[in-house]
Design a protein around this ligand. Structure first.
Ligand SMILES: *Cc1c(COP(=O)(O)O)cnc(C)c1O
Length: 372
């Protein structure tokens, strides 16, 4: 069709984002009952959703004939109280992916550039390419962000730097010291997007007072999400915290009702469900031990992770990694291959319930056995 030839070249060059394989799809493919399939592919919360959020969302269902509150008044009020910031500093998004996209749409255009790390979250290059701006990928160091090299990669045309800490899919964390050094040396003409989607999974000792940094750095935006520890990935709520001027521009660009009413109700309730967050955190710590112990017993190399997932390497060539992935699927376990992240030797597994982790480890042992 000729019409599509008129779409800009940078749009036609976009590689489609590959989400984790849905349970229903694998069930159809291998003829296994859905209940026997374990999905550890999308860093979802294995405990499901906060019960308080679920209750709030059920009530919100009765009101879906009405448009949502486009200003997100109540959720913003709760976030502003939680973080001791002004409501004018908050941007709500249809997932934090939406906030990343808004940042790109506000600050990028053709001819200007954004910097991100090799092996960083796939949505950064995606939102940059959608604008037709230039994406600069900086080689990773020990799988993590090389913040010094990223500083060096900034040109006068650079308007955004994306930093994920912890990063997905590598699980690496940038230290507070390194982040502060970066912020102190980067030009104020560059927006620094600090993506903290996994912040709530960090042990206290590893948390930074990044929100405090907003007072010092007007070019900083912190993004967080309700998709991970709060268990609300399906209703799509995330947010950004920034200088009021930055937030103001982003709020002008967003769709007027970009966060739906079910998501708003769920997020508001989830924010106060400390018990659920604590349970999710504790389960993740235990699962992290279970999986890393399992990897060590199987002599599987993994990247130490600060998130709710682990990325591990399959020995031998990249074909082995695909074979292991295929074998895991045949056994009813869905993990994430990382070819699009330039990590063709690795697979990423989300930390699940104890029984799910166990099934994964047994299946992995089988899969590795089949290789020999
Ligand atoms: C999961 C994830 C997000 C969150 O995406 P949502 O759109 O909020 O669901 C953001 N950044 C990273 C690095 C992630 O892994």
């Amino acid at each position: 069709m000729n019409l599509c030839d008129f779409a800009p070249e940078y749009i036609r060059a976009i590689q489609p984002y590959q989400p984790g394989k849905p349970i229903s799809e694998l069930a159809r493919e291998i003829g296994l009952d859905e209940s026997r399939i374990v999905k550890l592919a999308s860093n979802e919360n294995p405990l499901g959703t906060s019960p308080l959020a679920l209750d709030a969302m059920i009530h919100a269902l009765y009101e879906v004939a009405r448009y949502p509150d486009g200003s997100g008044f109540e959720l913003k009020a709760a976030l502003s109280k939680r973080y001791n910031i002004d409501k004018e500093q908050i941007i709500l998004g249809n997932g934090s992916n939406d906030v990343l996209d808004l940042a790109a749409r506000v600050f990028l255009k053709q001819g200007v550039a954004a910097v991100y790390s090799q092996h960083a979250f796939a949505v950064y290059p995606l939102v940059v390419q959608t604008i037709g701006a230039i994406g600069i990928s900086v080689p990773a160091r020990d799988y993590g962000h090389d913040l010094i090299a990223m500083l060096d990669a900034i040109t006068p045309e650079t308007r955004i730097v994306f930093i994920a800490s912890p990063n997905n899919p590598t699980g690496t964390l940038s230290s507070a010291e390194d982040l502060l050094h970066f912020l102190e040396h980067v030009s104020r003409d560059v927006l620094v997007v600090l993506d903290e989607a996994y912040n709530e999974y960090l042990p206290e000792a590893n948390k930074t007072d990044s929100i405090d940094w907003l007072k010092r750095f007007p070019n900083l935006i912190i993004t967080r999400t309700f998709s991970k520890v709060y268990g609300l990935a399906g209703v799509r709520v995330g947010y950004g915290l920034a200088h009021p001027d930055v937030a103001n521009l982003m709020n002008r660009v967003r769709q007027p009702f970009n966060v739906n009413s079910i998501g708003l109700a769920g997020a508001l309730a989830a924010l106060d469900d400390h018990e659920f967050v604590q349970r999710s955190y504790a389960l993740n710590r235990a699962g992290m031990m279970q999986l890393t112990d399992g990897f060590r017993k199987l002599s599987v190399e993994y990247i130490p992770s600060y998130g709710n997932f682990l990325t591990f390497r399959v020995r031998g060539d990249a074909a082995n990694t695909l074979k292991v992935n295929q074998s895991l699927l045949q056994q009813g376990v869905i993990v994430r291959p990382l070819g699009i992240y330039e990590m063709p030797h690795h697979l990423r597994v989300t930390i699940g319930l104890e029984s799910e982790n166990q099934k994964f480890l047994v299946s992995l042992e089988n899969a590795l056995g089949e290789l020999a």
